[in-house]
Every structure is written in structure tokens, then in C-alpha cells.
Design a protein around this ligand. Structure first.
Ligand code: HSE
Length: 317
């Protein structure tokens, strides 16, 4: 193989009810590819040359060696060397379409696209589990803790529940095909590391019991096909009460979404993006319109009506 381009979709970490253990990949219904692309191609020099472009390229580090995609090449080369292999010199091109610090799994999309492209270029020496572990470790080096709730759905697609057992990082949950996931990025930045730092170090027993009950109910309802119960269980007692202060107009937005018939509303990952689950397309369209008019803070913000992306990361060229 001389050249491969890989697309990795945006994702919602936590999905309210599963802090660090539940995540969903997103696909706008208008066909837009909401995510990052990485191209890997043969390079005549040594090591890795990284070229960056795309709508959000201006927020990337000026020095390509400080870019997380460069870190993917280095981590891949070390992991391959540990197996007796040698990484080939590569030119990587990152097309950065997701805003950094958005809560849309932006760093995960770059990391996943990069590892998947580099792995494909080398003939896939790492299986899904091994490459996901490398992805999670690198994502953890940015946010301060290894968590797979963005990289796993981004790579595998669907709604993924983290198991983190030997040989299996995650398992896909059944999804309700009729739900629309309205996603909005207000245009401001929240760092995941900071959004993690403001969370309590300890939780009360009643919060722990409520959290366990909500996620167990959600998993049960997903398998039982009970969408009313599943939506009811999308409650966040771990992060939303503390993180919502980082998101302008969060409570007003939530009330407006519920007034339009949202089945659930929550913070996407560590924010500031949010998601609302709509039962019908007309309701999703009204929610998207409200968000565009009242929730976006500047011209960098955007909103999309999405479905769960069941394909995950894929080779596009
Ligand atoms: N589970 C992570 C967090 C997701 O909430 O910190 C970050 O996108």
C-alpha cells in the first residue's frame, strides 16, 4: 500500500448516564462527514512528516511534532518495535474538521484516524483490541486519565459500553434507530483536563446508588427495546451538575429542548457541546433551529441533526 485515507467520526462521550464507560459515534443526516481524516502515504525522508489542514487547523500546535497525530506515529513505531517490526517513513496529512476542546471527541477522532491510517498502511499488524489500547493511552495522555468512551465508538461505531477486560475494550449496545441525536457546539473551548479537574474526588453513597441504577436501567431498557425507559434513564449525576457552569445558558437550553419534546438532554463528553434526543424529525429540526439561534456563541459554533454512526472509522480512499 502506498497511500490510504481514513475518516473517524465525532462522538458523544458519557452519553449522560455512563461517565467514562458509554459513548456514541455521530453521523449527520445531511451526509456531512463530521469528523477528522488522516492520510498516510509513502515518504522518502526519515520518520514522519506531518501536514495539517482543515477548518480548525489554526488551533493546532504550530510545531507539528507537538501534534497528537505525530505522537500516534511515535507510539505506533515503539509498539511495532516491541513486536520486532519497524515503522516505515510516512507522510501524514491531518484534515482537522472537529473543533478542539468541543466535547465532540475531537482529539479521539484525530488519534483514531491516525492510528487506523498508520496501521492500514503497514498492513494492519495490530488487531482492533491492540490498536484501541494504543488509542486510549494517547487520548489519556491529553485528558489526564485513560478513558475509551470516545475512541471506542469513534473506531468501532455505534453505542459502545466499556468493559475494559483483557481482549475486549467495549461491547456494542442495541440502539433505537428512530431517535435523532441533535448535537450543538457553541463555539467556545473547554479543556477535558480542566473539566475533569472540577469534578468531586468523592461522591455520596446516594449518588453512587443513583448512578448505578441509571446505567443499569439504560442497558436493560436498550436490550428490552423499551425506548421510554431508556430515555428516562439518560440522567447524569456524576458530571453535569458540576460541568454545566462551564456552558453558557445550559439550563435555559435544556428547558427549551424539553419544551420541544426532547427525550433526553445532556453534555456531550466534557462539553461545551450538548446533545438532545428527539423522537421525530420535525422536533429535531425545531431543536436544531433553537440551538442555532440561542445556544451558539459565535460563528465557530454549529448544530447538526444526527443518527448514531454505526460504521465507525473507515477507509475513504
Ligand atoms: N468521559 C470523558 C469525560 C469524555 O467526561 O471527561 C471526554 O470527552
Amino acid at each position: 500500500m502506498e497511500k490510504v485515507t481514513v475518516f473517524a467520526p465525532a462522538s458523544i462521550g458519557n452519553v449522560s448516564v455512563g461517565f467514562d464507560v458509554l459513548g456514541a459515534a455521530l453521523s449527520p443526516i445531511d451526509g456531512e462527514l463530521l469528523g477528522d481524516c488522516v492520510t498516510a502515504e509513502a515518504y522518502a525522508g526519515d520518520g514522519c512528516e506531518l501536514v495539517c489542514k482543515g477548518r480548525f487547523v489554526d488551533k493546532l500546535p504550530a510545531d507539528p511534532k507537538k501534534n497528537i497525530v505525530y505522537g500516534c506515529y511515535e507510539a505506533f513505531a515503539v509498539a511495532l518495535a516491541a513486536r520486532g517490526g519497524e515503522a516505515r517513513p510516512l507522510r501524514l496529512t491531518l484534515e482537522k474538521h472537529l473543533p478542539i476542546g468541543s466535547g465532540l471527541g475531537s482529539s479521539a477522532a484525530s488519534i483514531v484516524a491516525a492510528f487506523a491510517a498508520i496501521n492500514a498502511f503497514h498492513g494492519n499488524p495490530f488487531d482492533d483490541d491492540s490498536i484501541l489500547r494504543l488509542m486510549g493511552e494517547l487520548e489519556g495522555s491529553i485528558s489526564g486519565a485513560v478513558h475509551y468512551d470516545n475512541v471506542a465508538p469513534c473506531y468501532l461505531g455505534g453505542l459502545q459500553l466499556m468493559l475494559e477486560r483483557p481482549g475486549q475494550i467495549s461491547a456494542g449496545l442495541p440502539v433505537f434507530d428512530e431517535w435523532y441525536w441533535v448535537s450543538a457546539y457553541p463555539g467556545i473551548t473547554v479543556s477535558t483536563a480542566e473539566a475533569r479537574a472540577i469534578l468531586p474526588k468523592h461522591y455520596s453513597r446516594s449518588d453512587i446508588v443513583a448512578h448505578g441504577r441509571h446505567i443499569a436501567t439504560f442497558v436493560h431498557a436498550s436490550y428490552a427495546g423499551d425506548r421510554v425507559l431508556a430515555a428516562e434513564a439518560l440522567v447524569d449525576v456524576v458530571a453535569e451538575p458540576y460541568r454545566k457552569q462551564l456552558i453558557p445558558r445550559f439550563d435555559t437550553m435544556k428547558q427549551a429542548m424539553v419544551a420541544e419534546g426532547a427525550l433526553a438532554v445532556g453534555i456531550s463528553g466534557s462539553g461545551p457541546s450538548i446533545f438532545a434526543v428527539a423522537p421525530t424529525l420535525p422536533q429535531a429540526q425545531r431543536m436544531e433551529a433553537w440551538l442555532k439561534q440561542h445556544f451558539l456563541q459565535n460563528e465557530r459554533g454549529f448544530a447538526h441533526i444526527c443518527r448514531i454512526d454505526t460504521r465507525g472509522t473507515r477507509v475513504v480512499e
